[in-house]
Structure formats: structure tokens, C-alpha cells
Ligand binder design. Structure first.
Ligand code: NAP
Length: 166
């Protein structure tokens, strides 16, 4: 099973101004396209409930798994409370080969901390917030990354692809 984080960051390293940021005006159409294509290719997206609420609906063409309380019902998505390793085992048993971890900060941190992430796709947009939500929200053992690919997605947008060094 290959597990990757996919995120779009401001040039000052933030993923949102706050927990409930709905607007994605600051992200480029090229990044939205990359997110859509790459996550459909993976076939499974995993997101936290705060992120799900900012989107407001399951994303089509992919299995949507949302971390939320057991009494949460989302039509068109699976709700889970499984520990990351147990969720991945379950998906593996169901034949999935790749999983996209789609945030937010709590969810990215949970999978990174569990040592399950193989790769990070980080898009950098030409905007700064000054203060806001970072990609991760907790200290964990330093993870070294290897830059394996970089691409200018658009006129002002850069995509970085990192492998996590084991
Ligand atoms: N720039 C980007 O690439 C990007 C990507 C994704 C999201 N975001 C932004 O990130 C922000 C949200 O991030 P976030 O860190 O606040 O939240 P999040 O990771 O989206 O969701 C966290 C929530 O998920 C639920 N949850 C997590 N683990 C759980 C478990 N084991 N069992 C049950 N429920 C669980 C909890 O919901 P309850 O508190 O309701 O119990 C928790 O508060 C939004 O502003 C969004 O726009 C940005």
C-alpha cells in the first residue's frame, strides 16, 4: 500500500487561516486539477471532519473516508474512527493499492506520526497569510524527505514531490 499526503500551502507554509476555512480562492486551478487527477488515480481519499465540512459533500470518483464521531452519517462516504494503521490494513484487505491523505492538519499529523506516509505532494501558491494553520500541528520524530520531483504547475505555482526517507 502506498500512502501519500496531498496539500496546498501558502508561501509562508500554511494550509488555512483557521479550522473552518471554506474558501479555496487562494489556490490555483492547476492545483485543483492536480488534486482531482491524482486522488482519483489513488482511488481513496481520507479526510478529517473539519475538512469534510469545508467541502460539504463527498468528492466523486473516489472512496471518501471521513474521520468523525460514530453518530455522524454522511451519504456517499464512510465514517471511521480507526487508528491509521488499522484503517490502512482494512483498505489493503479490500484491494486498494493507494491512499491519499487529504487533511487537514489533525489528519495529516495523525498519519505522519504513525509513520505510514510514503510521499508528500506539496503545492506552493504565491500568497501569504501571516498566521494560520500549519501542515502539521504536533512535534514528532524528525522525518527526512527526499525531493524526487518538482514542477511548475502554472505561471506562479510550484509542485514539490517528496518521498519520506525511512
Ligand atoms: N491547504 C490544504 O491543502 C488543506 C487540505 C485540507 C484541509 N485544509 C484546511 O484544514 C482545516 C481543517 O483542519 P483540522 O486540523 O482542523 O481538521 P481535520 O483534520 O480536517 O478534522 C479533524 C476532526 O476530525 C475528527 N476526527 C479526527 N480523528 C478522529 C477520530 N479518530 N475519531 C473521530 N473523529 C475524528 C474530529 O472531529 P470532531 O471534532 O467533530 O470530533 C476532529 O476535530 C480547514 O480549514 C481546511 O480548509 C487545508
Amino acid at each position: 500500500m502506498k500512502i501519500f499526503i496531498i496539500a496546498v500551502l501558502t508561501a509562508d507554509g500554511l494550509i488555512a487561516e483557521g479550522t473552518d476555512q471554506i474558501s479555496t480562492d487562494w489556490t490555483s486551478k492547476e492545483d485543483k486539477k492536480f488534486f482531482s487527477t491524482r486522488t482519483k488515480e489513488a482511488g481513496v481519499i481520507v479526510l478529517g471532519y473539519n475538512t469534510y465540512k469545508t467541502i460539504g459533500r463527498p468528492l466523486p470518483g473516489r472512496l471518501n473516508i471521513v474521520y468523525a464521531n460514530p453518530d455522524t452519517v454522511i451519504e456517499g462516504a464512510e465514517v471511521t474512527q480507526l487508528a491509521p494503521a488499522d484503517l490502512i490494513k482494512d483498505l489493503e484487505e479490500r484491494g486498494y493499492k493507494e491512499v491519499a491523505i487529504c487533511g487537514g492538519s489533525t489528519t495529516y499529523t495523525m498519519f505522519m506520526e504513525a509513520g505510514l506516509v510514503d510521499k508528500l505532494y506539496i503545492t506552493i501558491e504565491p500568497v501569504v497569510f501571516g498566521a494560520g494553520m500549519t501542515l502539521f500541528n504536533k512535534k514528532f520524530d524528525v522525518k527526512k524527505l527526499k525531493l524526487v520531483f518538482m514542477q511548475k504547475l502554472g505561471e506562479e505555482t510550484v509542485l514539490l514531490e517528496y518521498d519520506v526517507k525511512r
